[in-house]
Design a protein around this ligand. Structure first.
Ligand code: RIB
Ligand code: CA
Length: 322
């Protein structure tokens, strides 16, 4: 039986590849795509999402959401994804248009209409925070909430403390992490180094010679160079596709554990830091009841610590091949 997905995204180049994975894999059925301000403006994100849905010839509605974070000013990542978010490839404008409803209302109504639906977030959590604030009744109806974001006990990619999606709207992130959702965190640390596509692997993708394979590489042209400058990591980092791979095939996360996790919202130094009480890992070895050793707080997030990299990449290839 196919599983229903609801995707919230700040659609730029890696988001677009994640959308392709969800739209093309038989295991999942995308019910709706909601767009939030993040990598690019929400209007540009809507345009990019519509373009990607059309490229996949999929019949999935796209809805416009929040144009800025709950309290902070909007912050974009044009340096990383290009001015249009898709590598400035001059793609033609989509022929379809977004639905009239606001993304927050769509999130609420879609969950209510599809209990057990899996919610995947690929951008800042502004839309999702407003949805759970306005309709707390949807929280127990969500089957899984996979969050691409955060950095579990490691460096961030915007500051030494914080990853972009959480940093952009830390207040929204804190609301979501404390809402009681079945939250699975796929931090950016899982989407670096060996998880990146190497030059040879990018050549393999190019050799598929399909429109989706070419789009995947072309729209990430700016991101490839920006990632090298930003992190020094070789290859093409694709955080949202990694999170989508874990969504589609949960076994791709090979090591995970539940921990109390909080989000810093006050300090400018550590704004957006995902503070994971990780000593609970040791407790797991002892099968202690108390997972979060230091805070003794109930776990509110399952942290993915390790992924099956070949399996993640094979799942990506599977939607790009002829
Ligand atoms: O830090 C990486 C995340 O921030 C990805 O989702 C990327 O698309 C940006 O939204
Ligand atoms: Ca994203």
């Amino acid at each position: 039986m196919t599983r229903k997905l609801l995707i919230d995204t700040d659609t730029a180049s890696d988001d677009a590849v994640a959308l392709i994975m969800a739209l093309r894999r038989p295991e999942v059925d995308v019910v709706a795509i909601t767009v939030v301000s993040g990598n690019v403006s929400v209007d540009q994100g809507v345009r990019n999402a519509l373009y990607t849905v059309e490229l996949c010839d999929a019949d999935v509605p796209v809805y416009r959401g929040e144009a800025k974070p709950l309290r902070r000013e909007a912050a974009f990542a044009h340096f990383f994804h290009g001015n249009d978010g898709l590598g400035d490839q001059n793609y033609s404008p989509p022929t379809r248009t977004a639905g009239d409803a606001h993304a927050v209302d769509v999130l609420i109504e879609t969950v209510r209409a599809n209990p057990g639906i899996e919610l995947v977030t690929l951008g800042p959590l502004t839309n999702v925070a407003l949805a759970v604030q306005q309709a707390p009744d949807i929280v127990p109806m969500v089957g899984r909430c996979i969050v691409m974001g955060g950095a579990a006990c490691t460096v961030g990619n915007v500051t030494p403390a914080a990853e972009f999606n959480i940093w952009v709207d830390p207040d929204a992130a804190r609301t979501v992490f404390h809402a009681g959702l079945p939250l699975e965190m796929v931090g950016w640390e899982l989407c670096r180094l060996e998880a990146n596509l190497t030059t040879a692997e990018m050549e393999t993708v190019r050799s598929f010679d399909t429109p989706l394979a070419h789009f995947t590489l072309d729209c990430n042209t700016v991101a490839l160079e920006a990632n090298r400058r930003q992190s020094g990591d070789p290859g093409l980092a694709l955080p949202d596709p990694v999170a989508m791979a874990v969504t589609i095939d949960p076994t791709i996360c090979t090591r995970k554990s539940p921990h109390y996790t909080d989000v810093e919202t006050q300090s400018e130094l550590t704004r957006g830091m995902t503070v994971v009480d990780a000593l609970g890992i040791a407790a797991d070895e002892r099968n202690d009841a108390v997972w979060s050793h230091i805070t003794a707080r109930e776990p509110n997030a399952t942290i993915c610590w390790e992924i099956d990299i070949p399996a993640w990449k094979e799942l990506l290839y599977s939607v790009l091949r002829p």
